[in-house]
Design a protein around this ligand. Structure first.
Ligand SMILES: Nc1ncnc2c1ncn2[C@@H]1O[C@H](COP(=O)(O)OP(=O)(O)OP(=O)(O)O)[C@@H](O)[C@H]1O
Ligand SMILES: [Mg+2]
Length: 268
């Protein structure tokens, strides 16, 4: 018998009034897999992650995380996952150490283990020397590493990262990726959303989502191979969505391809 997948999403949908934030999204993520949701702004990535992490209730479909249904067993789901939000979620008036201590209490880390886990998390994030500084004084990369270390403090089985490297400079992005690669070697399951081609290409499998639907799903190399004119995932993305990737990542070539795809229309 095969183990239940770490994440199983089946025809998930979420409406807000007349707006379908997510129309119909299905995928599974195996244990130990690095999986990316790649999609343009407003595609429904965050809403999908929020449904899987019990923050938003689906209006259609169902999903489970480590075998626990997100609607029927939300407490079990929350215990099993760690989360880094798209929007920064640290208290920047507090120090790095204080932010971690609060999280340890909230997630029920036993009192006698807390101090040691905080030390370990700070070391893991290479923030030991900055532990006593207020988070307000941190760079974007330091804050992101702290959020990642915090998400790991209660030993989750699955990590959800909503645009983990958004707004980081190349050095900050690389440093964070080193931490993610370390988790990968340890067998962590990760679902991340990203606009960055290189991050998606570094994952085991990718779902490209557009307008609340999965338009492609598979290993990055297979997706490229399935599209005869594509030389990389960016080509596949542009062919399927008509959007270019995020500006910082877009090359002049991608800009021109996106422009041609849109029939020379400049307004999108
Ligand atoms: N609470 C809400 N009320 C109304 N509409 C919403 C709500 N949350 C999301 N939406 C809409 O649903 C769609 C999907 O939003 P979502 O944030 O999931 O996209 P995303 O792929 O994460 O985008 P981005 O790349 O900009 O983060 C958007 O059109 C958004 O405006
Ligand atoms: Mg989002």
């Amino acid at each position: 018998m095969t183990a239940t997948p770490a994440i199983d999403a089946r025809s998930l949908g979420r409406r807000y009034g007349d707006v379908a934030a997510v129309a119909d999204v299905s995928f599974t993520v195996g244990r130990g897999e690095f999986f990316a949701l790649l999609g343009p702004n407003g595609a429904g990535k965050t809403t999908t992650v929020h449904m899987l992490t019990t923050l938003v209730v689906p209006t259609t479909g169902r999903a489970s995380v480590m075998g626990h249904d997100v609607v029927a067993a939300p407490a079990e789901v929350r215990n099993t996952l760690g989360m880094v939000f798209q929007e920064p979620a640290l208290d920047d008036r507090l120090t790095a150490r204080e932010n971690l201590e609060i999280h340890a209490v909230l997630y029920g880390v036993p009192r006698r283990e807390r101090a040691q886990r905080v030390v370990r998390a700070l070391e893991w994030a290479t923030l030991t020397e900055a532990a006593g500084r207020r988070v307000r004084t941190f760079s974007g990369g330091m804050k992101r590493r702290l959020e990642l270390a915090r998400a790991l403090m209660h030993d989750p089985s699955v990590l959800f990262l909503d645009e983990p490297t958004l707004g980081l400079d190349p050095q900050g992005r690389r440093h964070l990726w080193e931490r993610l690669e370390a988790l990968r070697r340890e067998g962590m399951t990760v679902l991340m959303t990203t606009h960055y081609l290189h991050e998606a290409e570094a994952c085991d499998r990718v779902a490209i989502i557009d307008d609340g639907r999965v338009v492609a799903l598979g290993k990055p190399a297979d997706l490229v191979a399935e599209h005869p004119d594509a030389t990389d995932l960016e080509d596949v993305f542009i062919a399927l969505t008509g959007h270019q990737l995020r500006d910082e990542e877009a090359t002049p070539r991608a800009l021109m391809k996106g422009f041609a795809k849109r029939g020379g229309e400049l307004t999108r």
